[in-house]
Design a protein around this ligand. Structure first.
Ligand SMILES: [Zn+2]
Length: 111
């Protein structure tokens, strides 16, 4: 597969190798994050939470689906506590094998 290098300027960009920032691990599942990083508030903003953690969109969706704001507030930065939830545990084990850029394509029937 030949990779084309279209010239996009009067000079060559020496940093053409798409310098992606080093991936940060997802707070929930620990995999590196993909293209889309969600900055999640472990303590909901509405509850005074100020800290944010990097997460996959799908991981954040899982948290929101399984915990109420009160529960999230109670756990706060304690991700271990969240992982004790069987649903979350199951999700993390399942998503561990997925691509970092895998998002909620769950609605698709094809594998
Ligand atoms: Zn994740």
């Amino acid at each position: 597969m030949a990779r084309k290098h279209p010239k996009h300027g009067p000079w060559e960009d020496p940093t053409e190798e798409e310098e992606a920032p080093p991936p940060v691990p997802c707070w929930l599942c620990g995999r590196p994050t993909g293209k889309t990083i969600v900055w999640h508030h472990p303590v909901p903003k509405s509850r005074g939470g100020r800290d944010v953690v990097p997460m996959h969109p799908i991981c954040q969706q899982t948290l929101i689906a399984n915990f109420s704001n009160s529960e999230l507030q109670r756990h706060g930065m304690d991700v271990e506590g969240l992982l004790l939830n069987p649903n979350v545990r199951k999700f993390v084990d399942w998503v561990a094998k997925k691509d970092p850029d895998f998002t909620a394509a769950i609605t698709k029937k094809q594998r």
